[in-house]
Design a protein around this ligand. Structure first.
Ligand code: ATP
Ligand code: MG
Length: 368
């Protein structure tokens, strides 16, 4: 796991301590933080360029149960028989990946998960492949999906929504700093750890961006207008999805919704939504500044970048460094009765895996 101590700028610089609460995040603080992000980016780039070799032996593990399923495979809980350490293993079927033209995305997912290290994102410990499947092994995050908690609670109280929103902002800032566009932000892909902090998972659509990209991917309710309109897009799409997430956390439902994806898209490109009466003026103002169809007016991609968030009135009093260093007391901690408690996850049918006697799609997955 991460060494929390190493996360965040050191104390011997001109950043204020947690005790001196002031309003707003200063330019000096951001400059200092940028130095730290530069170091993380260097670490990312170093690992990105290395080709690692891993060894893995299934016999050393017990396959406990399925934690989640998706279009190309599933995520299962693994227990190391000797150490009892728990892992989440994402298993993707090569055949499905090829048929759905996701080979490039899968190769990206592996390299990205291998190279990222940030307090609010998952990472990969090792990967391997066999004749039919590719596998990613990550630490198990036991609190379950934000989605499950959001549906159970109906909506999040403002302090909790703020606590989560600040971590997502820091994670997106880190990813974008490393030139990674995430492209699938939604409560299903955000996990809660045993202490109540977030870990973003599912880097299946994440990409190292050079210039703009055109691929239509993501989840209908969370797609940005520029992505729907095939305009060529960049990091702005993640900030739009963040706006949708912010709305959904506070309302309990997303801002743009219809029975069919096409109708949802029409609402998104029109940029029309209604805030529930319970939203206060600061929250409304923040959401209005994010859900801007015109990206030149969208928070996150304007000249002040992330500072527009860090200094917005809705986050007044929030200690960004405390959040980053996980020193803030989480307003909500998922129930968790021991290391292999999976009650925070939905139940899924466990399917037997059928491994082909011959190696399938060897050339497509040569680099995996
Ligand atoms: N490290 C983890 N610890 C615990 N649960 C996890 C972990 N990673 C993923 N999961 C669970 O598995 C679910 C599916 O994982 P993920 O989102 O990566 O795959 P997916 O949605 O199938 O991917 P894709 O969108 O590429 O088809 C997650 O929503 C989450 O519930
Ligand atoms: Mg997912």
């Amino acid at each position: 796991m991460y060494s929390r101590k190493n996360v965040g700028p050191s104390k011997d610089n001109n950043i204020r301590s947690d005790a001196e609460v002031q309003d707003g995040y200063t330019v000096q603080q951001q400059e200092q933080y940028t130095k730290y992000l530069r170091k993380l980016k260097n670490d990312f780039e170093e690992t990105w360029c290395k080709k690692k070799k891993y060894t893995f032996d299934f016999k050393e593990f017990d396959r406990v149960k399925t934690l989640g399923t998706g279009a190309f495979g599933r995520v299962v809980l693994l227990k190391h028989l000797k150490s009892y350490k728990l892992y989440a293993m994402k298993v993707l079927e090569k055949e499905k990946i090829v048929k759905m033209k996701q080979v490039e995305h899968t190769l990206y997912e592996k390299r990205i998960l291998e190279a990222i290290r940030f307090p609010f994102t998952v990472y990969m410990e090792l990967s391997f492949k066999d004749n039919s499947y590719v596998y990613f092994i990550m630490p198990f995050v036991p609190g379950g999906e934000m989605f499950t908690h959001l549906r159970r609670l109906g909506k999040f109280e403002e302090p909790l929504a703020k606590f989560y929103a600040s971590q997502v902002i820091l994670a997106l800032e880190y990813l974008h700093f490393c030139n990674l566009v995430y492209r699938d932000l939604k409560p299903e892909n955000i996990l809660i750890d045993k202490n109540g902090f977030l870990k973003i998972t599912d880097f299946g659509f994440c990409k190292l961006l050079q210039g703009r990209t055109w691929t239509l991917c993501g989840t209908p309710e969370y797609l940005a207008p520029e992505l729907i309109l095939s305009k060529g897009y960049g990091f702005s799409v993640d900030w739009w999805s963040f706006g949708v997430l912010l709305f959904e956390m506070n309302a309990g439902y997303p801002p743009f919704y219809a029975n069919e994806p096409m109708k949802t898209y029409e609402k998104i490109v029109a940029g029309k939504y209604r805030c529930p009466s319970g939203f206060n003026s600061d929250l409304r103002d923040l959401i209005r500044n994010i859900l801007q169809v015109d990206i030149t007016h969208r928070y996150g991609v304007m000249k002040n970048g992330v500072m527009d968030y860090k200094n917005h009135r809705w986050f007044k009093g929030l200690e960004w460094e405390s959040i980053l260093n996980c020193r803030t007391q989480p307003p909500y901690v998922p129930k968790y009765r021991g290391p292999d408690d999976t009650t925070n996850f939905e139940r899924y049918e466990d399917e037997p895996m059928k491994t082909s006697p011959i190696c399938l799609y060897e050339s497509e997955f040569f680099d995996f």
